[in-house]
Each structure stands twice: as structure tokens, then as C-alpha cells.
Design a protein around this ligand. Sequence first.
Ligand SMILES: Cc1cc2nc3c(=O)[nH]c(=O)nc-3n(C[C@H](O)[C@H](O)[C@H](O)COP(=O)(O)OP(=O)(O)OC[C@H]3O[C@@H](n4cnc5c(N)ncnc54)[C@H](O)[C@@H]3O)c2cc1C
Ligand code: SF4
Length: 330
Amino acid sequence: MRAFRYHRPVDVTEAVALLDADPEAAYLGGGTNLVDLMKLGVQRPGLLVDVSGLPLDTVEPGPDGGLRIGATTRNSDLAAHPLVRRDYPLLARALLAGASGQLRNMATTAGNLLQHTRCGYFQDTTKACNKREPGAGCAALHGQNRELAILGWSERCVATHPSDLAVALVALDAVVEVREPAGPREVPLTELHRTPGDHPERETTLPRGALITAVRVRPLPFARRSEYLKVRDRAAFAFAAGSVAAALDLDGDVVRDVRLAYGAVAHRPWRAYRAEELLRGRPFTAELAAQAANAELAAARPLRHNGFKVPLIRNITVRALTGLAGSVRP
Ligand SMILES: Cc1cc2nc3c(=O)[nH]c(=O)nc-3n(C[C@H](O)[C@H](O)[C@H](O)COP(=O)(O)OP(=O)(O)OC[C@H]3O[C@@H](n4cnc5c(N)ncnc54)[C@H](O)[C@@H]3O)c2cc1C
Ligand code: SF4
């Protein structure tokens, strides 16, 4: 592991100035992703700016009645928060479906959203990887790609985004509050992560030095009945093979509104707009849920080893939505 300097800024302004002044600097949240990658030699920052002690760890009602989550809130604290459990159960379920208790005690909200792909070739510096080294090639495209993308990938990169929390937040149209060297800005979470295109090394739309300070979740009363279903190879301590975040609002049998997002299928959390459109305004049935998922997945281009993700995502969509429909009926 390369030697590095370490600094704890006193406030957001100092943190952003430190990143702006030093091209080798990186923010450190809980360190559960960054330090692992440093040990593997995948990331080699010269300065760690530890933002985990900044006073950005409160979860409170937002000005519009939603929720404002400080960027350094630990995943365990967020999952246990009474407002999250009552108003946005899909967030709590997504968090608790991830990693282990010890990791959730360290991991922060911002670090979770900005964690890097778990593509094995990205983590192995002896293998070709355009994300690690632009222009090097992609060992995964014709290699072991069982875990990797079926939607939105390019010939340059077929990696998936690993965060469970991000999938749930994308379903809720959350907004990220960012402090950049030029000043504060807000970014819709649906626009935070990118599809790889020609530049898989650019994982987000944030400029260098941008510090996430909070995530705002809009009020969505029907999210009180929401679900996060995750399928993984082991019962715990494993990333998703596929996941779905869902919230459903029924008027009698008719779908008044719905939110759907998928995890482990693309380089970014995948909001299923096409499926939502097909569901809205129609009487809910399991068949309709399957049709909606099929419409979303029509654009899927499975790789050699991950064709199973198409039926998997369809099946968990049906399971999540029929479960929610059952729970809203009198
Ligand atoms: C064995 C294992 C299993 C796991 N399983 C899952 C799982 O199933 N689901 C899941 O979602 N996650 C899983 N994780 C990942 C874990 O949740 C992430 O490592 C963690 O959420 C990252 O948060 P952190 O605060 O430790 O980030 P760090 O490692 O500190 O940082 C991650 C990235 O975010 C940047 N960053 C941190 N804070 C900020 C900020 N405020 N503004 C801008 N940039 C910032 C850092 O510079 C770095 O690039 C697993 C991890 C391990 C090791
Ligand atoms: S899929 Fe992306 S991260 Fe994985 S080896 Fe290819 S370029 Fe690298």
C-alpha cells in the first residue's frame, strides 16, 4: 500500500479547498470501499481528507415534509431511524440487505452512493480494465461476467453499480446536495451515476472535488408501503445478483402510481420508467406486473454468463408488486 497523508478538515469549506488544491487527494467516508481498493493498489491517493467527522450525520424531516439525510450518516443509523422505518421502509430494507452489521456501522450514506464497482477485473491490477486504465480494454466483456450488466452497457465496460441504497433512493427521486469548489449544487439521484459509454472511468456526473453533503428524499406518502427485494448467492454478506425497489399506490384495483428501480443490472441504479408507464392507470394483476417488467427488459443485452438476470428481475418485480398489492387491499 502506497504511503499517504491524512487530514481531518474542520468544516465543508476546508474539505473542498483541500481536494481542489491537491489532484492526488480523495475524500474518506467510512473507508470500507476506498481503503480496500488502496490495499489492492487500485486507488492510490496521496492525501486522504477524512470527512466522516464533519457534522453532517443528522437525519431530519426535510423542508417539504420529506427527509434530509446527512452525508456522513452511518448506514446502521439510517436503517434504524424511526422516520425511515415508518415512511420509507424500502430504504431500511435496502440498507439491511447490504454488507454486514460491522460494515454498516462504518459505511456512510455518501460513501455508499459513490462506492466503486465490484467487477473482479477492476479489482485485479494484472487484468485489462478501461475503468482503471482508460484504453486498456475490458477483460470482463468476454471473460467471467456473471455478475455484470445486462442493460445500458457499452463495449468499453459492462460493470454494475453495487449500492443497494442507491437503487432505493433512485426509486424515490431523491436529490443529492453537493458542495463543489464553485459553490453548492443539487443533482437528482437519477442523474448522479452514468452509463459507461466511451468513458467508464467517469462513474458519476460530479466534477472533481465535489463533496456530497446530504441526500434529500421527497415526500411520497404511498412509500409507506414499499419493498426492496434482493437476490444474492448467500443469505448475507453478498452483493445483489439482482434487486428491485418498489412502491405501489392502488385506487381500488387500479394503479394510481408506482415507483420501480433495479439493481445489479447496469452501470447505474436503473429506474424502470417504461415499466412504471405501463402499470399506471391499469387494473393491477400479476400478469400486468410481468408484462411491465418484460417491457423494461426488452432492451436487455445479456452477456455470456448472466442471461439468468432477465427472468430473475421479472420474477422479483412480480413478487414485490403482488406483495404490495396484497398489503394495500382492504
Ligand atoms: C464484504 C463487503 C460486502 C458488501 N456488501 C454490500 C452490499 O451488499 N450492498 C451494498 O450496497 N454495499 C455493500 N458493501 C459496500 C459498502 O456498503 C461500501 O463499502 C460502503 O457503503 C462505502 O461507504 P464508506 O463510507 O465506507 O465509503 P468510503 O470507502 O469511505 O468511500 C467510497 C467512495 O466515496 C467517496 N466519498 C466518501 N464520502 C464522500 C462524500 N461525502 N462526498 C464525496 N465523495 C465521498 C470516497 O472518496 C470513495 O471514492 C460491501 C462491502 C464489503 C467490504
Ligand atoms: S467491466 Fe468495466 S470495470 Fe470490469 S473490467 Fe471491464 S472496464 Fe473494467
